[in-house]
Design a protein around this ligand. Sequence first.
Ligand SMILES: NC(=O)c1ccc[n+]([C@@H]2O[C@H](COP(=O)([O-])OP(=O)(O)OC[C@H]3O[C@@H](n4cnc5c(N)ncnc54)[C@H](OP(=O)(O)O)[C@@H]3O)[C@@H](O)[C@H]2O)c1
Length: 267
Amino acid sequence: MRILVTGATANIGRMVVDELLDLGVADVRAFTVDPARAALPAGVEVVTGFFNRPDTVAAALDGVDRMYLAPHIPTVDAVCRAAAEAGVRHIVDLAGVKGLHWQAIEDAVEACGVPFTHLEPGEFMANATGWAPQIRAGDEVRDAWGDAANAPIAQEDIAAIAARVLLSDDHFGRSYELTGPETISRRQQVAMIGAELGRDLTYVELAGDVAAAHYRELMGEFGDWYLNGLAQLAEHPQPALPTAATLLNRPAMSFAAWVRRHVDLFR
Ligand SMILES: NC(=O)c1ccc[n+]([C@@H]2O[C@H](COP(=O)([O-])OP(=O)(O)OC[C@H]3O[C@@H](n4cnc5c(N)ncnc54)[C@H](OP(=O)(O)O)[C@@H]3O)[C@@H](O)[C@H]2O)c1
């Protein structure tokens, strides 16, 4: 079985490659814009190409049975059509919560007619690295809605799930909403990063116009949307779902474990 992993330069796609190798897959083809940066393991077939040029994806699809689809909305329709034409028999796509920005990914995948599995993670634990500059500079994290609570997931777990789902026929037509194992507030996340660093970090609450300006600076046009989402999470915390652990057949990574693994990002 030949599996094409797109987006293999960075983050989840790169980790999907490692997971597939760990699971004993012999025929992994990695599609990457930058083979040197991707530093792919020996035994992986490397194909250089650009998501923005779907013809390069089409060229990488020869003989491919299954594909991990990293999210790149501008060309997703053409990429999915190419996968269908190449005879791909399962697409596992990374999208996000249904009905938001990433819906275009799922729509394109479903329109192309290839059996699919949608992975729908909520917030990534890695989003906590947004606090890293403040934590490196001092003991205060100035941010909004410290009591907003959700169940962030580790990208490592998303990659491990993608690899397992790619290897099975049991997930065709399924959508998996993915969270981490526990609901934690932003204030708790900052405290846990502090505990790992051996420092007492304080979450300093920003509110009103100050918070709005902070988020517009961070996220531009998405700032108000994100801030509004935090307000909702303060009122209605996101519950942790068992789905990731079920698919992994082990507990999903805790936030504390994620911080331990990535603590250097905050030093
Ligand atoms: N942060 C969250 O809380 C959250 C939640 C749900 C979903 N998401 C989505 O999940 C994705 C993050 O996953 P990830 O970290 O694995 O992805 P990523 O590293 O941001 O991107 C995955 C791959 O997409 C390609 N790519 C990215 N930007 C591109 C561009 N402008 N032009 C052409 N190709 C581009 C790259 O492919 P090459 O390898 O070829 O360079 C890259 O390796 C994001 O798209 C995000 O929107 C995020």
